[in-house]
Design a protein around this ligand. Structure first.
Ligand SMILES: [Zn+2]
Length: 131
């Protein structure tokens, strides 16, 4: 009796939280009948970070229930405006205060990026310039 060979490729991927940059579980990528090249491609991303998650991680979502999150970035080191260079600084501020400095779309998202030079002008505390 011969066993039928199952030709399937599966990759358990990881993504980064857009707020805290923590590694979180990413999508399961699979292909039932991959070509050899396609199978190799899936094997190559197994266990790897494939990009930024669209929504924040659970920890950040919990924080966003209580505060608006400002994520410190360094515009001068940013190459991709969609994913600015994180400085390692984050602040939780009152939503009423955030509404004064971010636009409506950013308010709905629950977090915004803020260049450290702006953060300094706003007197946000404990700025780590080399974090
Ligand atoms: Zn997070």
């Amino acid at each position: 009796m011969s066993r039928r060979k199952v030709n399937i490729a599966i990759a358990h991927t990881k993504e980064l939280c857009p707020v805290c940059a923590a590694e979180v579980e990413g999508p399961l990528v699979r292909n039932k009948f991959p070509t050899e090249a396609g199978k190799k491609k899936i094997e190559e991303i197994d266990g790897k970070i494939i990009g930024w998650r669209k929504v924040p991680c659970d920890t950040c979502m919990e924080l966003m229930d209580r505060a608006y999150i400002l994520v410190g970035v360094i515009d001068a080191k940013t190459t991709d405006p969609k994913h600015p260079y994180r400085s390692g600084n984050t602040w939780g501020v009152k939503k009423e205060a955030a509404a004064l400095i971010v636009n409506e779309q950013q308010m709905l998202r629950g977090y915004a990026f803020i260049d450290l030079n702006i953060a300094e002008k706003l007197n946000l505390p404990d700025i780590q310039w080399n974090a």
